[in-house]
Write a protein that binds this ligand. Structure first.
Ligand SMILES: NC(=O)c1ccc[n+]([C@@H]2O[C@H](COP(=O)([O-])OP(=O)(O)OC[C@H]3O[C@@H](n4cnc5c(N)ncnc54)[C@H](O)[C@@H]3O)[C@@H](O)[C@H]2O)c1
Length: 275
């Protein structure tokens, strides 16, 4: 879907790649940008920061709460009209504890935001997109949704589910010859602050580059985009190598299984600038 002339809704757009994708959409001539975030003060600041580039409005939404999603969607429709492109971007990582140390609350929060949140938002937008006969849904998942990684069991499982859901939705809509398209984005670690402290053998990615590639994938109606491209081969590697070899090569030698050992997470919230 072309960005120019369309209304774009991005969840979690007050920080990280969400905020950068928001800026890129405005630069590409989006008719209107709608930002949703749970962080109310960051919404005002982001609207102010991006407004010189085009028409921007923001609404507080907790995507893990269907009532909050309903309220934000109703407010969006009233103030901004129909959504043409939805980018499900909001997501969290709670900690780097082993699974045994997690609490029920950690489990619920991670799955509610990372997995169910995108489904709640999509359900609202999808019905209207289908009725109008046009629309595009882009889901920001993670390559952690294909890799089982220690000390991030909740995050990986939430993203694993998210990839499965996003791809199932894409197949359903494609088989129905629906005019609504779905793009699944699966990036490797990005330097946004969300995973501060991690030590990775593979390059931690520049947020601007990832955001640009994600928007480009939407413009090309791509079904799936791993970022970087090497992420397309994760499942191939898992199929080729016996599990013990895969664990040894990628887990031990490349250090993927210790990547979270020094994780600190975001120390300062929402400090990234879109520029
Ligand atoms: N940073 C990485 O290394 C990385 C790698 C792969 C995938 N991802 C995914 O990309 C997406 C964006 O990551 P980022 O690093 O830019 O994150 P970020 O932490 O910079 O931004 C996330 C945004 O989501 C918002 N948010 C959190 N909970 C919310 C809720 N319940 N309702 C609405 N908004 C909420 C936050 O306030 C924040 O503005 C996430 O889904 C993340 O899982 C990130």
């Amino acid at each position: 879907m072309k960005i120019q002339g369309n209304t774009v809704l991005i969840t979690g757009a007050c920080s990280g790649i969400g905020k950068i994708m928001a800026r890129i959409c405005l630069e590409k001539g989006a008719r209107q940008l709608v930002i949703w975030d749970i962080n109310e003060s960051a919404i005002d600041a982001t609207v102010q920061e991006l407004s010189p580039l085009g028409k921007v409005c923001g609404f507080r939404a907790d995507i893990s709460d269907p009532a909050s999603v309903d309220a934000a969607y109703a407010a969006t429709r009233k103030a901004c009209g129909d959504v043409d492109l939805l980018i499900n971007n909001a997501g969290i990582i709670t900690n780097n504890k082993s699974f045994a140390e997690q609490t029920d609350q950690d489990i619920i929060r991670t799955i509610d935001i990372n997995t169910k949140g995108a489904m709640f938002v999509t359900l609202r937008c999808l019905h209207d997109m289908q009725a109008r006969g046009r629309g595009h849904i882009c889901n920001i998942t993670s390559s952690a949704g294909m890799l089982a990684l220690p000390k991030m069991a909740l995050y990986t499982s939430s993203k694993w589910a998210s990839i499965g859901w996003s791809q199932s939705l894409r197949i359903e809509l494609t088989r129905e010859k629906s005019p609504v398209h779905v793009t699944t984005i699966a990036p490797y670690f990005i330097n946004t602050g969300m995973f501060d402290g991690i030590r990775s053998f593979f390059k931690i990615q520049d947020p601007e580059v990832v955001a640009r590639k994600a928007i480009r994938a939407v413009e090309r109606d791509r079904w799936y985009r791993g970022i970087p491209f090497s992420q397309h081969f994760i499942r191939l590697m898992q199929g080729i190598f016996p599990q013990t070899w895969f664990d040894f090569i990628f887990g031990d030698i490349c250090g993927l299984y210790t990547v979270m050992d020094h994780f600190k997470g975001r120390q300062q919230h929402h400090t990234q600038q879109a520029r």
